[in-house]
Design a protein around this ligand. Structure first.
Ligand code: NAD
Length: 497
């Protein structure tokens, strides 16, 4: 069983405490990782601080910074197969997903921000003429300093790569903390970083408990910014911790997104797309459209087809390329999903399929759960409001576009949404009325490094990716030079003689 250490100040360090990492497909231990205590996290933060304030990193030319991050992307691709296996073994995500999505997308994100950092950081000059005089302002984007990156378990390497690619390309130093349950791909990333010429302390990757290691990152005054993706419960706590030293925050939190299926949709496409949008990664996606709202004109047909197709999804071991749905990430996550199903039963909701642990002996040892479709009973139901984070779709009907919009927007969250219609103009108009950071029309789950992503309301604030996301990791400085004609600047008139 492989043992992983912490990566601090350019060295691998073993902690006094360690933890077993479980394969959710089998329930068996697959690795052991060090668990950093608060003092060790402080040391990682001090290393990142020193590297930012005094190390050679800040004097790297932008070309040198770009080349190093490009090398990281290449090395990551070179290890793609191994990384896909580690990710699937650790998270239960089917190997087809990690091979074709998570790992290549992670490498591509490093590449994108390396290749574009010069363009994104391009300083701007503004000539200003005002009553106060004339000035030239140079707008300069610098790094923010030490950035704490705290990531969840559902896309372990991908979300870590989003954050790290942007933070490093912007010139920061980082302390990355993966989830306690799925740290292996981030620790593999540490091994890749170690092979490259990053100055010591620029990249630190530590594993540890959220309420100790994570909390220390958020309370330590030498951390300038925290980029967090995770639950609302933890997000609220982090906002409290970070307020002590007024840190810049990015908060990517939960969702309860809606899919709207219009009567003129291509039904097969809408069914296939809706299956992807709730059952990919076992429904453990912040953008999962767990509320499927269907026009009453086609409701019965959609419901029957969708349920039939959900029943035929192939559950299996994450490492099997034929598997369409793997296990949930942990036993605790499965208990949580089961508690929602129990509540749905108590509320008298109709479970159209699934709602239980599969009986197949081949799946007995892992944390599997059947794809589940439940018929909703209006917006008041808890199923309509609460994020389940599992393979549970609730479907409901609407009787006109107005009702579809008000149902879709009737949520504390506003992360994403889907619209299914053959009429692209109608769909585009409808998209304007949906309160969500991303709306997909006739597709689901397309993320692009060029496009900023992030939600509204209780789905959080701040953006990731794209130019806007990248600039979150920078600080904007105005350098203002007086240009008043005849050389006499305004201040001269106040105290000049
Ligand atoms: P979580 O909030 O439990 O944990 C996220 C991270 O925070 C982990 O690394 C954890 O160790 C750390 N943490 C826990 N307690 C902490 C504390 N007190 N201080 C600092 N850090 C702490 O989330 P999770 O269960 O890993 O992930 C699932 C959640 O993430 C869901 O709610 C999902 O919607 C959300 N999510 C959101 C997005 C998005 O882009 N909006 C993407 C993926 C996941």
């Amino acid at each position: 069983m492989k043992e992983y250490s912490l990566y601090i100040n350019g060295r691998f360090e073993k902690a006094a405490l360690s933890r077993e990492i479980i394969n959710p497909s089998s329930g068996e231990a697959i690795a052991r990782v060090s668990m950093a205590d608060a003092g060790t996290v402080d040391y990682a933060i001090r290393s990142a601080r020193e590297a930012y304030d005094k190390g050679p990193w800040r004097n790297f030319s932008l070309d040198k910074r770009r080349d190093l991050i490009l090398e990281l992307s290449e090395k990551l691709l070179g290890k793609a197969r191994e990384l896909a296996e580690v990710e699937s073994l650790n998270s239960g995500k089917p190997i087809k997903e990690t091979t074709f999505m998570d790992i290549p997308s992670s490498a591509q994100t490093f590449r994108h921000f390396a290749e574009n950092l010069k363009f994104y950081l391009e300083p701007e000059t503004i000539e200003i003429k005002s009553q106060a005089g004339r000035a030239k302002a140079d707008l300069i984007h610098g790094g923010r300093g030490v950035v704490g990156l705290i990531v969840p378990w559902n896309y372990p390497l991908l979300i870590a790569s989003w954050k790290m690619a942007q933070a490093l390309s912007a010139g920061n130093t980082v302390v990355l903390k993966p989830s306690t349950s799925t740290p292996l791909s981030a620790l593999e990333l540490a091994e890749i970083v170690d092979e490259l010429d990053f100055p010591k302390g620029v990249v630190n990757i530590i594993t540890g408990k959220g309420d100790e290691a994570g909390k220390t990152i958020c309370t330590n005054k030498y951390v300038d910014m925290v980029s967090f993706t995770g639950s609302n419960e933890v997000g609220k706590r982090i906002m409290g911790y970070a307020s002590e030293s007024i840190k810049k925050l990015i908060m990517e939190l939960g969702g309860k997104s809606a899919s709207i299926v219009l009567e003129d949709s291509d039904l097969d496409l809408a069914v296939n797309g809706s299956l992807c949008s709730i059952f990919l990664n076992q429904g453990q996606m912040c953008t999962a459209t767990s509320r499927i709202l269907v026009s009453d004109k086609i409701y019965d047909e959609f419901r029957d087809k969708f349920t039939q197709r959900a029943k035929s999804i192939k559950l299996g071991q994450a490492m099997d390329f034929q598997t369409q749905m793997g296990p949930l990430m942990s036993e605790a996550q499965r208990r949580r999903v089961l508690s929602f199903i129990d509540k749905a039963r108590r509320e008298g909701l109709k479970i159209l399929c699934g709602g239980k642990i599969p009986e197949s002996p081949a799946l007995k040892k892992g944390f599997f759960f059947e794809p589940t479709v439940i018929e909703g009973k209006g917006a008041e139901s808890f199923l309509f409001r609460e994020e389940i984070f599992g393979p549970v779709a609730v479907i409901d009907k609407f009787s006109g576009i107005g009702e579809a919009v008000s149902l879709a927007n009737d949520s504390d969250f506003a992360l994403a949404g889907c619209i299914w219609s053959k009429d692209k103009d109608k769909a585009a108009n409808l998209a304007k009325d949906i309160c969500a950071g991303t709306v997909w029309i006739n597709t689901y789950g397309m993320f692009f490094n060029e496009l900023s992503y992030g939600g509204f309301k209780q789905s959080g604030f701040g953006k990731e990716l794209g130019k806007q996301g990248f600039l979150e990791y920078t600080s904007l400085k105005n350098v203002i030079t007086d240009q008043t004609q005849n050389g006499k600047s305004l201040v001269n008139y106040w105290y000049g003689f």
